[in-house]
Design a protein around this ligand. Sequence first.
Ligand code: DGY
Length: 321
Amino acid sequence: MSKPNVYITRSIPEQTIAELRKTCDVEVNPHDRALTREELMNAVKGRDAVITLLTDNVDAEILDAAGPQCKIIANYAVGFNNFNLDAATKRGVIMTNTPGVLDKATATHAWALLLATAKRISESERYVREGKWKGWSPMTFIGQDVDGKTLGIAGLGRIGTMFARKAAAFDMKVIYTNEQRNFDFEKDHGATFVDKETLLKESDFLSIHLPLTPETKYYIGAKELSQMKPSAILINAARGPLVNEKELVEALRNKVIWGAGLDVFEDEPKLAEGLDQLDNVVIVPHIASATLDTRLAMGKIVTDNVLAVLNGKAPITCINP
Ligand code: DGY
């Protein structure tokens, strides 16, 4: 009997690929880049399972190109805004993601961005590397204190919760918005549930931890930025289109808010015009979950899902509605 046929759209950890190879024929995108749309259409043809990345737009056309034998598309990511779930469900294709295992790395990364922005780490490091430092001076690179400040969190899901828990180390007041109140979290961590307007007005640091949906797109734009404190810092390690990047550039340029720390962008890898010219923003290339432990754990979930479905069993993290 021939082995099931699995395609992986971008190289992922060797251990994950080796595990799949024990029972499947596995082919991996040979290029060190995302596939073009046309390449993806060809690559998925005739596969029993496809492992995709957040850069692959898996819509009805791709599902049709894969063909009716395709049983599962497993995203090597927790976010799945690149999937058309309805189209997959209609065709009987299971879709899965990798929830839970990115929480620690992503929450830590959001903190790294927050601290780097508050303490002007990128800007001052550039200054040293460029040979501009002429010696200690009391008023160079004045940053912001974090201790005792108000931390606003938009979205208290798994990652938002993990991020919020670390605020205790800085003795911060935590306020949050979420679809639902989390009474246990409020009791255990002294957090306060607020509406969006209060979140914008009162946060010294505002970190977004929302999924990207049509409703959350541009959760932060010019109007919201104008409601924030001029001393506020915005952090986004979730999805780029949650923030209107062009309007954020304007706000940062005009000091409507003090700074921003961004891991994600509206049209990756492109940046909104002028963003990389600003000193009051820390920008890194969508690496919040990039730790080896996390990547391996993501690989384990992807493998478990693919092997379960190929063996006629239920996937562990199905996201079809
Ligand atoms: C995800 O999984 O959604 C991250 O953004 C990338 O690992």
